[in-house]
Design a protein around this ligand. Structure first.
Ligand code: FES
Length: 98
């Protein structure tokens, strides 16, 4: 899976209760919930540049590393999830944080 994700790009993954976007930036991986905190739109499909994703509905931008909202009309942070690559090279996303 990691090889399929080129640097500067992202992919969407659907799990039981949550949809996640996985970003690859500068060799690092970041995962956020695919849910805009302004009005609940999917962030997937939004323009992704310089570590920021733009909501396709109203244009709010979010930092994919911290989840922080960077521009109106969103002010709330999107959920972020720890990501690692295990010894077998599989990407693991921790969807719950203790
Ligand atoms: S729903 Fe994302 S900016 Fe409005």
């Amino acid at each position: 899976m990691l090889a399929a994700l080129i640097d500067g790009d992202y992919k969407r993954f659907e799990f039981d209760d949550i949809d996640v976007l996985l970003f690859r930036e500068g060799g690092n991986l970041y995962a956020i919930e695919d849910l805009c905190t302004h009005d609940g739109a999917e962030l997937c499909g939004g323009l992704y540049t310089n570590g920021e994703i733009e909501c396709p509905r109203h244009g709010a931008r979010f930092c994919v590393k911290t989840g922080q909202a960077l521009s109106a009309p969103a002010y709330g942070q999107v959920s972020t999830f720890p990501v690692r690559v295990n010894d077998q090279g599989t990407v693991e996303i921790q969807l719950t944080v203790d």
